[in-house]
Design a protein. Structure first.
Length: 459
């Protein structure tokens, strides 16, 4: 119970709404608070129920521009007590308190409703922001989506980030486990609700993608999972930025009523257009920290990489200082080969501080007239790949006196960046040496214990 007492009166926030509403109360976020409350006297039998609503962007009650208070006459009717700007309230607190007292028929000089409201607001904020959600599982959908925590997916335009996100959302909404080939993979999942927010693209084209991916489930996985139908996730298309008040209010209502387990932001780059990259990150992560995480809601933030990183083999999200620092997992989706009727993409981890096995995932995306088929075709252990690449490098250098990373990569059809990194690690271990013009050779002068006197070793 969250309540405050002052001047012989108690103001208490109700966990359940006094009456039914299209918005399930209470609701709190960084800029909005809407709840039912009970006001009662501690010395008389006076009791009444109120609906309280105020909003701003600052986070301090005294800065809130709007305050609305209504009194419930019955469980189906209410009348407005006050609806005005906070500047007026701040400059005329005695007048406002007297007006509220008069409407409530309270004849007490010590009655200070605004002071109680301010103290209650602070208690509510502390209570909500300190709420620790106990999660039965670390993942909402293993290994891609964490429970109650943000995950980032970075991908250039045209790679298939929306297709993969829709595919994941439908699997999560219906509790469909991962399949590799024709076999169910190790992970099993329960149904979870998904709210998909699309801030770019075309609404009709998006709906077509959803239907075609649903058709692929029914065509290819119906027998495996005994699928009769595919349940839709909640979809909201918004041509307006996320920080627009009308958009935020609509999302707020959906969260309150629908109670999603995951919210997909497709894409954050479009949702927060008009703000600089650092402010974008601060804005969205403040919202996640204050609104989503206390409710145990996971977030998938879809982003574009910076223009500079598109030319390099070190892709990072735009505004990467905060985007890389806050989330526990960051994924990068890359295109493999040239797209024709279908193409292959690889999902690699840019960041993972969970201590998980370092894997990358390859998906095959096929386009047919009536369905889009997305298949997980390969799980690649990156650590094993590194070992193999190092072995390839040593094998090539044993046969040749020297070689460049490019020569080794082209000979074995390997990634140039992966070969370069493997050679750098071998050089640090003194197994190879770097010679002129970026070439490497086997280090034949590495000393061993057998060459010296073990009695002279000081440890």
């Amino acid at each position: 119970m969250i309540s405050v007492v002052h001047g012989g009166y108690q103001l208490e926030m109700l966990d359940q709404p006094f009456t039914k509403s299209e918005i399930e109360k209470p609701f709190i976020e960084a800029s909005y608070l809407f709840f039912d409350a009970k006001l009662q006297s501690l010395t008389t039998n006076f009791t009444t129920f109120l609906e309280i609503e105020f909003e701003n962007e600052a986070g301090e009650l005294m800065d809130y521009p709007y305050l609305r208070i209504s009194q419930y006459i019955s469980d189906r009717a209410k009348k407005k007590i006050i609806n005005c700007e906070w500047n007026f309230i701040r400059n005329n607190p005695d007048f406002v308190n007297n007006k509220i007292a008069k409407i409530l028929r309270i004849n007490d000089p010590d009655f200070d409703f605004l002071l109680m409201l301010k103290d209650l607001f602070r208690k509510i904020q502390r209570s909500f922001l300190k709420t620790k959600v106990s999660l039965a599982n670390k993942f909402l959908y293993e290994p891609f989506i964490l429970s109650g925590s943000p995950v980032i997916l970075v991908a250039p335009m045209g790679v298939g980030k929306s297709l993969l996100s829709i595919w994941l959302s439908l699997r999560i909404q219906n509790g469909i486990p991962l399949v590799i080939g024709d076999k169910v993979w190790m992970h099993e999942h329960q149904k979870a609700k998904v709210l998909y927010l699309a801030f770019e693209g075309n609404e009709a084209e998006f709906g077509e993608k959803v239907e075609k991916i649903k058709n692929s489930f029914l065509q290819n996985e119906k027998v495996i999972f005994n699928l009769q139908e595919i349940e839709d996730f909640y979809f909201l298309f918004s041509p307006m930025p996320f920080y627009t008040p009308g958009v935020r209010e609509e999302i707020r209502k959906i969260i309150s009523v629908y109670k999603p387990n995951l919210i997909v932001f497709d894409s954050i780059t479009s949702a927060l257009i008009g703000k600089n990259e650092i402010r974008q990150a601060e804005y969205i992560f403040t919202y996640i920290k204050n609104v989503l995480e206390p409710r145990g809601i996971a977030a998938l933030l879809i982003m574009h990489p910076s223009k500079q990183d598109l030319k390099e083999e070190n892709p990072m999200p735009k505004g990467s200082i905060l985007y890389m620092a806050y989330p526990r997992i960051v994924w990068y989706l890359a295109l493999i080969g040239e797209p024709e009727n279908g193409f292959e993409v690889e999902l690699k981890s840019l960041k993972d501080n969970l201590g998980l096995r370092r894997n990358s995932y390859r998906f095959l995306i096929n386009f047919e007239e009536d369905f889009y088929e997305i298949k997980l075709v390969q799980v690649i252990d990156e650590n094993e790949m590194k070992k193999k690449i190092a072995d390839y490098c040593l094998e090539f250098l044993m046969k040749n006196q020297k070689a460049t990373p490019k020569e080794i990569a082209e000979y074995y059809n390997l990634s140039y960046a992966a070969v370069s990194k493997a050679l750098e690690r071998l050089a640090r271990k003194n197994e190879v040496v770097k010679i002129s013009r970026g070439s490497y050779a086997i280090n034949k002068q590495t000393p061993t214990i057998a060459e010296g006197n073990t009695d002279d070793i000081p440890f």
